[in-house]
Design a protein around this ligand. Structure first.
Ligand code: UTP
Length: 288
C-alpha cells in the first residue's frame, strides 16, 4: 500500500485571516521565508509522495505560480551568478508533479476532496491540510501515517490530544486504544461541545484515505451550513471499514489561526540556524 498521491484541499476562504486573505491565499503566508504550503508539500515529498493534486478556488493562482518555473527570475539569478538562490527556486518546481482542479464553491472539506476523485484513481491516497504545520524531528507525519496504513491496511487519521476548551474547534474521535499511539475509531463527532465530546482526541489535518471514501462522500448530506463534511463521510464508512487514529510524533501548529500562526513563526525563526541566535537574543530583551 505505497502512497504515491496526495490531495491538498486549498480552496477554503481563510476568513480567520482577513483582511490578509482578501486577495491572497492564506496558504501563501510565509513562516520566516517560505509559504505555509511549501512546508506541507516538502513533508509529502519527504514521505515518498510523487504526485500532488491541489484542489483550488478563486484567488489561489499564487499557489500554482509558486510551484511552477519562474523563467524570468531564473534568468536574473543566472546573470548574477547567484547559484544558491537559483538552485533553491528551481527545486520548488522540480519537487514532484502537481495538478490542479477547482472547487467552484467552498462547500466543505469532503466536497473539496471529492473533486480530486478522477485524478486519485483507485489507490489509497494522502490528504494534507495547509493549516496544520507539523515539525517532526524524525519521520514526517504523513510518512508515519502511511506506515500505519500499510500495516493495518486501513484508513488512518492523525489525532492529537487537545485541551478541553478546544474540543469544540475539531472533529473528535471516540475510540479504543489498540497499541501505543494507535486507536481504533468507533465514532467521530464534528466540533462537539465539551460536555458532548467523547474524548479530547482531535482529528488533525493529515489523513490516509482509501478510495472507498469517495462513495461515502457522495452519500453525505450537506450540514446546516451547506458544507459536506469529511467527518460525516468517515462516520458512515465506519459501518463497513476499520478506521484508526494515530497520535503522531511531532509538534503541530494551527497556522490557520492567528495565534497559532504567530507561535509557528516564532518557533520556526528560533530553529533557523542563521536567525535563531540573534532572534533569541532579541526576544529576551523585548520591552513594550
Ligand atoms: P478550514 O475551515 O480550516 O479553512 O478548512 P478555511 O475555510 O480556509 O478557513 P477559515 O475557517 O475560513 O479561516 C480546512 C482546510 O480545508 C480546505 C481549506 O482550504 C483548509 O485547508 N477547504 C475547506 C477546502 O478546500 N474547501 C472547502 O470548501 C473548505
Amino acid at each position: 500500500m505505497k502512497i504515491m498521491k496526495a490531495v491538498f484541499p486549498v480552496a477554503g476562504m481563510g476568513t480567520r485571516f482577513l483582511p490578509a486573505t482578501k486577495a491572497s491565499p492564506k496558504e501563501m503566508l510565509p513562516l520566516v521565508d517560505k509559504p505555509l504550503i511549501q512546508y506541507v508539500v516538502e513533508e509529502a515529498v519527504e514521505s515518498g509522495i510523487t504526485e500532488i493534486i491541489m484542489v483550488t478556488g478563486r484567488n489561489k493562482n499564487a499557489i500554482e505560480d509558486h510551484f511552477d518555473r519562474s523563467v524570468e527570475l531564473e534568468l536574473l539569478l543566472e546573470s548574477k551568478n547567484d547559484s544558491t538562490r537559483l538552485e533553491m527556486i528551481r527545486k520548488i518546481s522540480d519537487m514532484c508533479d502537481f495538478s490542479y482542479i477547482r472547487q467552484k464553491e467552498p462547500k466543505g472539506l469532503g466536497h473539496a476532496i471529492a473533486r480530486a476523485r478522477n485524478l486519485v484513481d483507485d489507490q489509497p491516497f494522502a490528504v494534507l491540510l495547509g493549516d496544520d504545520i507539523i515539525h517532526s524531528v524524525n519521520k514526517p507525519v504523513i510518512g508515519q501515517l502511511g506506515q500505519i496504513a500499510d500495516k493495518m491496511e486501513s484508513t488512518v487519521l492523525a489525532v492529537e490530544r487537545v485541551p478541553e476548551d478546544k474540543v469544540s474547534s475539531y472533529g473528535i474521535i471516540e475510540s479504543e486504544q489498540v497499541e501505543q499511539r494507535l486507536s481504533r475509531v468507533k465514532s467521530m463527532v464534528e466540533k462537539p461541545s465539551v460536555d458532548q465530546a467523547p474524548s479530547n482526541l482531535a482529528i488533525i489535518g493529515r489523513y490516509i484515505l482509501t478510495p472507498e471514501i469517495f462513495d461515502y462522500i457522495d452519500k453525505t448530506e450537506p450540514d446546516a451550513n451547506g458544507e459536506i463534511q469529511l467527518t460525516s463521510a468517515l462516520n458512515m464508512m465506519l459501518a463497513d471499514s476499520k478506521i484508526y487514529g494515530y497520535e503522531f510524533e511531532g509538534k503541530r501548529y494551527d497556522a490557520g489561526d492567528k495565534l497559532g500562526f504567530l507561535k509557528a513563526t516564532v518557533e520556526c525563526a528560533l530553529r533557523n540556524p542563521e536567525l535563531g541566535p540573534s532572534f533569541r537574543n532579541y526576544l529576551s530583551g523585548i520591552k513594550l
